[in-house]
Design a binder for this molecule. Structure first.
Ligand SMILES: [Ca+2]
Ligand SMILES: [Ca+2]
Length: 536
């Protein structure tokens, strides 16, 4: 118990000292209160730490405790109010949270019940609320609009929303913002293609930058013995069932797998009937004929791939989330991310936004304070507190800014437990920015390598997938269309690539079948939703 008190004290001191660093970086509005002596950080030798620019955070700690009732997700033993994050924040702000938690199984029912009974809480934090629900309760006046509050009291969040152009992702159809987001930063939204750099070096070849160069590389992988064992045992590329699709970005296609469209400057292009998709099929049919790809590429499982990766050095190219999952930790650095050809920006990417992290109801007597409280989590130091806990307590930092989780302390014996018990970050979005330290200070060599590969591929990121909202009628019509159309799309893809159907002899018939199945109507519905999204 003593140990815990000491750790908490340390945590509080650290939280204060990081707050100073956080607030300094912000150009905060001039209409803020005088700095309070109570919030002065412990002397740090940095005499700018108490500059008057510290803005909205200066109200903390409050002279009198402010109590908030709230509803949140919480697995047994992982209650939000018991986390280190919340304990440090209570010390820092003197805001006390009285949180009712619900497990995953009861979350949605309890949340709905609380709203519909009229016995709702001041705040819904990390409660899994959807955009549809937020709009519904916002329209009823239960959830309050946060637009002006963000503008006045949340300089950190405001800056991130501007910088990442995310305002329309969190704005409801009536123009109001009813929920704060979790911001994870732009990220790849699909597996990427990883290619064996060691084999390329062995063969004196460069990373392919065109379809023709890629075909040459695949041929050399299969014919020129790049693993040097004297046998032609190599796979040019190994695809598990469906993974051929993950090579679409190489061909200039960033397809959204929920709509089978790519989005470009206001136009939704339905990929399965596009010319570029025809070229994609032609390429892979050629590769298949020449046996440069595993011949069971439409049925192979991840287990099949893992078995091959674990027992042999025969994989030239792999579409995957990360090669180390298949080839292990010894050889994973041999597989580098393959950039889309011709420098096109076609890597599918998401905006990394989690909806519904924090909503405030009309029962809350001081929403300004809640917003000021939450804004801390949208700067690096606050994001570290929310995602990782406290240096020296839940993770240790070395002189190079690299961290390791502390798994022999009071917060749990393994990384998952420490993160779940000590931090706010986890299942369901919480009000948090991305913490740079989380990725960049990772000491796991495989994860760090993969992070760097994915970061490089993000240089080729396409416009993030839009968040499309369909009307109920559209949803019903769409559901009927998309099942038939996509199952035909996958059937035809497999038949053409494996040579059962000749592409050029059947392409026109394929297009007219697609049309008969309603592909153009499906496209019309999605283009309309995309246009509405763009118009905000
Ligand atoms: Ca060989
Ligand atoms: Ca490794």
């Amino acid at each position: 118990m003593k140990k815990r008190v000491w750790a908490l004290l340390l945590a509080v001191v650290l939280a204060f000292s990081v707050l100073a660093g956080c607030a300094k970086q912000e150009n905060t509005p001039a209409d803020t209160k005088e700095p309070s002596n109570q919030t002065d950080p412990t002397p740090s030798g940095d005499d700018k730490a108490d500059a008057p620019a510290e803005a909205s955070q200066d109200v903390f700690p409050l002279a009198e405790t402010y109590n908030v009732s709230a509803f949140a997700f919480g697995n047994t033993g992982e209650e939000l109010d018991k986390t280190l994050t919340m304990q440090v924040m209570e010390e820092r702000t003197n805001i006390h949270w009285d949180i009712s938690t619900a497990s995953q199984a009861e979350l949605s029912e309890k949340r709905g019940l609380s709203f519909n009974s009229g016995e709702y809480y001041d705040v819904y934090i990390k409660s899994g609320i959807s955009a549809t629900e937020a709009f519904q309760y916002g329209s009823q006046g239960i959830l309050i609009p946060l637009n002006d509050l963000i503008d006045q009291y949340m300089p950190n969040l405001k800056a991130l929303l501007d910088e990442q152009d995310l305002w329309n992702q969190i704005t409801s159809a009536d123009g109001n913002i009813y929920a704060l987001p979790q911001l994870n930063g732009q990220e790849l939204a699909a597996p990427a293609v990883y290619i064996n750099q060691k084999w390329l070096d062995n063969l004196g070849m460069k990373l392919p930058t065109t379809q023709d160069e890629f075909l040459d590389v695949l041929r050399a992988f299969v014919k020129d013995d790049p693993n040097g064992d004297g046998a032609n045992d190599e796979y040019g590329i190994y695809c598990t069932s469906g993974a051929v699709e993950y090579t679409l970005p190489l061909f200039g296609v960033a397809m959204d797998y929920s709509t089978y469209s790519m989005y470009d400057n206001g136009n939704a292009v339905f990929v399965p009937t596009s010319d570029v998709y025809h070229d994609f099929l032609a390429f892979w049919a050629q590769v298949y004929t020449e046996k440069l790809i595993n011949q069971d590429c439409f049925t192979a499982s991840w287990d099949d791939l893992n078995a091959i990766g674990a027992t042999s050095d025969t994989l030239g190219t792999i579409p995957t989330y990360g090669a180390y999952q298949h080839v292990g930790t010894e050889r994973d650095e041999e597989y580098v991310g393959l950039n889309p050809f011709n420098g096109k920006h076609t890597m599918p990417s998401g905006n990394g936004l989690g909806y519904g992290a924090l909503c405030i109801t009309d029962k809350c007597t001081n929403p300004e304070l809640i917003c000021q409280w939450a804004d801390y989590f949208y700067c690096e130091e606050g994001a570290i507190l929310g995602r990782m806990g406290v240096a020296g307590v839940t993770f240790s930092l070395d002189d190079n800014g690299m961290y390791e989780w502390i798994t022999d302390g009071e917060w749990g014996g393994d990384i998952t437990s420490v993160r779940n018990k000590a931090c706010m970050f986890g299942w369901y979005p919480a009000p948090l920015a991305k913490a740079k330290l989380f990725d960049e200070g990772n000491t796991n060599p495989e994860e760090l390598f993969l992070y760097e590969q994915r970061k490089a591929l993000l240089e080729y990121a396409a416009e993030p997938y839009p968040t499309l909202n369909w009307t109920e009628d559209e949803l019903a019509e769409r559901a009927d269309l998309i099942t038939t159309i996509t199952s035909y799309y996958y059937e035809y893809m497999a038949q053409v690539i494996t040579g059962q159907l000749d592409l050029d002899a059947t392409w026109d018939e394929y297009l007219s079948n697609m049309d008969a199945m309603g592909a153009s109507r499906l496209h019309e519905i999605d283009q309309a939703a995309y246009t509405r999204y763009l118009e905000g």
